[in-house]
Design a protein around this ligand. Structure first.
Ligand SMILES: C[S@@+](CC[C@H](N)C(=O)[O-])C[C@H]1O[C@@H](n2cnc3c(N)ncnc32)[C@H](O)[C@@H]1O
Length: 342
């Protein structure tokens, strides 16, 4: 089906703008609504599947509503249907229901992203974001819910990046002190402390740090991890760090802010210490460029963009860092690591 459609698109025999502008939007909403309402969880992974009536009762939908949603999800390959019973397909089982790989919060986060992008036109016109997404007032319950979802969602994405990052990174011998700037959920700090025997400080804004505190209280394994509220653009980063991580940070900022941040990191590292900059850089492969050309619009809506790896290397060099090296990460997540030394 997907292959047939790809061929028809290549031959220009189907109305591609209509498929992209209408079908993709409705499809995305169907998946997000099913995830939010717990349809996939209600169906579960065992047994011959459930009828629409059984699923409707579990999630509190009308039978008519659930039937139309289930048909749409079966049509897009997320569900399988046989003898009137619906089962989850393998994408759902792996990427939503399996706790190790689940993108449940990431999909909820996309519902916020969807609303935020309603302002994209104005944002493109003015060239500026309409709001400071990261400085949301966390005393406001809606903003606080968004912050929590954001941090849990980023944590799910981190689990896609971490295995490759641990393989590709070089940690200088004797390293002890690790600063995870914008480290939010603390997942990178957990893996780095465990793998390389480091002591870590996660620095982030108040909202993510309060979510990280809840995660750490619940899940333990927090030896050697300190959580600290701080604004990396305004506050002191300390000194004598062996390793500093900026993961998914530079796409939030403009080039001048990134240059200032790199200078602060250089000053905060011990001589020979290393800066790890992980992001969705362009200029590494055609496939990555095509993905990030689209994703960049989302980043632009909050004040940044997907940067050329070469531009970031130039800024790192200007900030006084040396031996910059680009290391693409794996296929599951097309991010790349740029590693540099103080
Ligand atoms: C895209 S998330 C990345 C989180 C984490 N590093 C990861 O890759 O999963 C960006 C993080 O940067 C934090 N952040 C944004 N601006 C910041 C600032 N000025 N100082 C510190 N943290 C900031 C956000 O709160 C958020 O947790």
């Amino acid at each position: 089906m997907e292959l047939a459609l790809a061929i028809l698109k290549r031959l220009n025999l189907v109305p591609v703008p209509l498929l992209d502008g209408q079908m993709q939007v409705v499809k995305a909403r169907a998946i997000m609504e099913a995830n939010r309402a717990g349809v996939f969880h209600a169906i579960g992974t065992e047994g011959p599947g459930l009828t629409p009536k059984e699923i409707a009762e579990k999630v509190g939908f009308s039978e008519e509503g659930i039937t139309i949603l289930l048909k749409a999800l079966a049509g897009t390959g997320y569900l399988k249907v046989k003898d009137g019973k619906y089962r989850n397909g393998r994408w759902v089982k792996h990427w939503i229901l399996d706790p190790k790989h689940s993108l449940h919060h990431m999909l909820i986060l996309q519902m916020y992203t969807y609303k935020r992008l309603e302002g994209l036109g104005e944002n493109l016109k003015t060239g500026r974001p309409q709001m400071d997404f990261h400085q949301a007032d966390v005393a406001n319950p809606q903003a606080s819910a968004l912050q929590g979802t954001y941090t849990y969602g980023m944590r799910e994405a981190a689990r896609l990046i971490i295995p490759d990052l641990l393989k590709r990174v070089s940690i200088p011998a004797g390293s002890k002190r690790f600063l995870d700037i914008g480290g939010a959920h603390g997942e990178y700090s957990r893996s780095f402390t465990k793998r390389f025997g480091l002591q870590s400080t996660v620095m982030d804004l108040g909202g993510p740090i309060s979510t990280a505190t809840k995660i750490m209280e619940k899940e333990g394994n927090v030896e050697n991890i300190e959580l600290k509220v701080g604004n990396c653009l305004q506050d002191d980063l300390g000194t004598d760090w062996d390793v500093i991580l900026l993961c998914n940070m530079v796409h939030l900022f403009d080039p001048q802010q990134n240059l200032e941040l790199f200078k602060k990191c250089k000053a905060a590292l011990r001589p020979g210490g290393t800066l790890l900059c992980v992001d969705q850089f362009v200029g590494i492969s055609g496939q990555r460029d095509r993905i990030f050309a689209v994703v960049s619009l989302n980043f632009f809506n909050v004040g940044g963009k997907s940067y050329e790896a070469s531009q970031m290397r130039e800024l790192l060099t200007e900030a006084g860092l040396s031996r910059t090296e680009v290391k693409p990460l794996g296929l599951t997540t097309p991010a790349s690591l740029i590693q540099a030394y103080a």
